[in-house]
Design a protein around this ligand. Structure first.
Ligand code: C2E
Ligand code: CA
Ligand code: CA
Length: 618
């Protein structure tokens, strides 16, 4: 009776143990697993009154058993830990059994018999131990071992063994769950083609490092393989993938353990260098990486190699952000690309200043259109024979509240890139037309052409023709007075749409001039098909006409071209009398340039117009 009660009590206690362990393990994940497992081992040690309890997982891929948790912790753990990772190949017999063990194994001192070894152990004072090894099973596979060590002897009752098996089963379940979790996490953070980290993992890594207390600087390299597309086109996408995998492998092989290598997709890679690395050292690393990456790659029977452009940037934790650092490296790589590829560019303070200015411009440009800090200057175009002013070209300027007076070169392309081009263009056209009307009212009978520059982005705007038509009627411009200037490249970028827009202008009697003629790759067959009335010879060919025979030859051929196509011709950038004379000799009569007048205010133009002509001095 007495002993029955005791047994009952013991069974109860065993059941509680299983429930405790189960509730501890339920919420566990990969991160908390080791600490929770250690706590479970402590429960087991206390409950079964053993001296040590350990949990090992079997890694069949590397044929080894790996220590996961133990309790109590050993007071001293040598490095490397002889109990940490134990390869079956050179393990002693107890460990070897673990590899495929399916049943609980009990080793007790008396069972091994009083052999020589035991006697030695006794003599040296090392106690004899008993060991219970419970396998963790996943189907037919042994995935680990739960072990109990007792100094001296210990017997295990069948109910106890059942509980051990139950607990081992719980641990095996959690183990399986963690493996799946890890796999999911790996695939969420890694690029499937190369196995490198993906964008997500890169961002997380950089976020963590830039928010840490590391001293910095933290440097990154942004790699962009040059001309990968032809490779895909000629050898197929399989070859392209093979090439990228090879490059990824090389990057992995050359990177240090604390570097992070990520593929952003396509042919773009980012390396985050471990530790504190300044720009000079990062650049040196970039050079070494370039050497490795550009080595030849075998793809089936083909041997190919690709150059690489690398952008380098560095920032300090607390100051830089992930996106600022990546954007800097990206800007640097763009610069490397514009140098023709196979180059390394470092994001410098100077580039920083430029990009800040650009951001500032971007932020305030729309407001500037509304608040009148934009204004127009006008540059006259003269008849070289008489000095009479034939027309004026409107040139926009911006009185920026912080950056001072800005020339169009520093904000037109920003406008283009940010969709403000349409608004800016509308403002310029309306303002110029209004000014033209004002001059007309001051000087009745004035015969003056008005030239306005139009950027590709504007030309593409849907309401472009509308804006022009409204300005024409509102300010009562006479037929042919307005001439819009577009660059060759704008014409060629979208021919169908350009043709429509230009034909629309033609129908309204608005002239069109090709600006900067000679700098684009002039597709004359296209120009011929378009309603264009004028070519403006780029100032690059005109400025040194007096001294450069090559320029002279080019201008001469442009003059011939204009004649044969029946186009008007204007030379811009005339800076000296000799060039003006040459132009006239070649048959170009209309010109614009500092020799006659710089771009000036509307008021000054008014005065010049009142005078009627400008002294040419030929
Ligand atoms: P562009 O249309 O070729 O304008 C002529 C540029 O050459 C002007 O520069 C003018 O100041 C400069 N220039 C005129 N004569 C001479 C000369 O004898 N020697 C030299 N070295 N330069 C001369 P700016 O005003 O800085 O304008 C630069 C460019 O910005 C213009 O080139 C034009 O493409 C663009 N731009 C100006 N205003 C507007 C605008 O309202 N809308 C658009 N979309 N673009 C504009
Ligand atoms: Ca122009
Ligand atoms: Ca021009």
């Amino acid at each position: 009776m007495h002993s029955e009660k005791r047994t009952e009590k013991r069974t109860e206690k065993l059941e509680t143990l299983v429930t405790t362990v189960a509730s501890r393990l339920t919420p566990v994940d990969a991160v908390s697993f080791v600490s929770v497992a250690t706590r479970v081992l402590q429960d087991l040690v206390e409950h079964f009154e053993v001296d040590t309890c350990f949990l090992r997982f079997t890694d069949h891929e590397i044929a080894a058993t790996v220590l996961i948790a133990e309790y109590p912790p050993r007071p001293f753990i040598p490095d490397p830990d002889p109990l940490g990772v134990v390869y079956f190949e050179n393990a002693d017999s107890t460990f070897v059994q673990i590899e495929r063990q399916k049943e609980v194994a009990i080793f007790r001192p008396e069972k091994s018999g009083p052999d020589y070894n035991d006697r030695v152990r006794e003599a040296s004072g090392v106690p004899q131990v008993s060991l219970a090894a419970v396998p963790l099973l996943s189907g037919e596979t042994t995935t680990g071992t739960l072990g109990f060590i007792k100094f001296g002897d210990r017997d295990w009752t069948p109910p106890e063994l059942d509980v051990l098996k139950a607990i081992a089963a719980l641990l095996a379940q959690v183990q399986a769950r963690i493996v799946v979790e890890e796999q999911l996490r790996h695939s969420a953070d890694h690029d499937s083609l190369t196995g490198l980290c993906n964008r997500r993992a890169l961002y997380r890594h950089l976020d963590a490092r830039l928010n840490s207390s590391e001293p910095g600087p933290i440097a990154i390299l942004f790699l962009d393989l040059d001309r990968l597309k032809p490779l895909n086109d000629f050898f197929g996408h399989g070859a392209g993938d093979g090439f990228i995998s090879t490059i990824a492998e090389r990057l992995r092989a050359t990177s240090a353990a604390d570097d992070l290598v990520a593929r952003l997709g396509g042919d773009e890679f980012v390396l985050v260098l471990g530790g504190s690395v300044d720009l000079d050292d990062a650049e040196a690393r970039a050079r070494r990486i370039r050497d490795v990456v550009t080595e030849r790659v075998h793809l089936g029977r083909e041997v190919v190699s690709r150059s690489v452009s690398i952008g380098v940037a560095a920032g300090y934790p607390g100051a830089a952000t992930t996106s600022s650092l990546l954007s800097q490296a990206d800007q640097a790589v763009m610069l490397a690309k514009t140098k023709g590829g196979n180059a390394i560019s470092v994001f410098t303070d100077e580039m920083q200043e430029k990009s800040e200015k650009r951001n500032m411009v971007e932020l305030s440009l729309r407001a500037a259109i509304a608040d009148e800090s934009l204004f127009l200057e006008y540059q006259p175009e003269v008849d070289l024979r008489t000095g009479r002013i034939l027309g004026v070209e409107a040139l926009v300027r911006w009185n920026h509240p912080l950056l001072g007076l800005l020339q169009p070169a520093s904000f037109i392309d920003v406008a283009e890139a940010t969709n403000v081009a349409g608004e800016l263009g509308r403002w310029v056209i309306r303002t110029a037309c209004r000014q033209w009307a004002q001059w007309r009212s001051q000087l009745p009978g004035l015969d003056l052409g008005l030239r306005v520059n139009v950027s590709p982005g504007q030309l593409a705007g849907l309401d472009f023709l509308d804006v022009v038509a409204k300005s024409l009627t509102e300010f009562d411009l006479r037929k042919g007075a307005l001439c819009l200037e577009i660059t060759e490249n704008a014409v060629l970028s979208d021919l169908t749409w350009t043709r429509q827009a230009l034909e629309g202008l033609h129908a309204m009697d608005v002239e069109v001039a090709i600006d900067d003629f000679g700098t684009g790759y002039s597709s004359l067959s296209h120009l011929k098909a378009l309603p264009v009335s004028t070519l403006k010879i780029d100032k690059g060919f005109v400025m040194n006409l007096d001294s450069n025979p090559e320029d002279r030859a080019i201008v001469k051929s442009i003059v011939g071209l204009a004649e044969s196509f029946g186009l008007e011709l204007v030379a811009e950038g005339v800076e000296n009398v000799e060039s003006a004379r040459q132009l006239l000799d070649m048959g170009c009569r209309r010109a614009q340039g500092f020799l006659f007048s710089r771009p000036v205010s509307a008021e000054k133009i008014g005065k010049l117009l009142a005078a009627g002509s400008i002294e040419v001095g030929l």
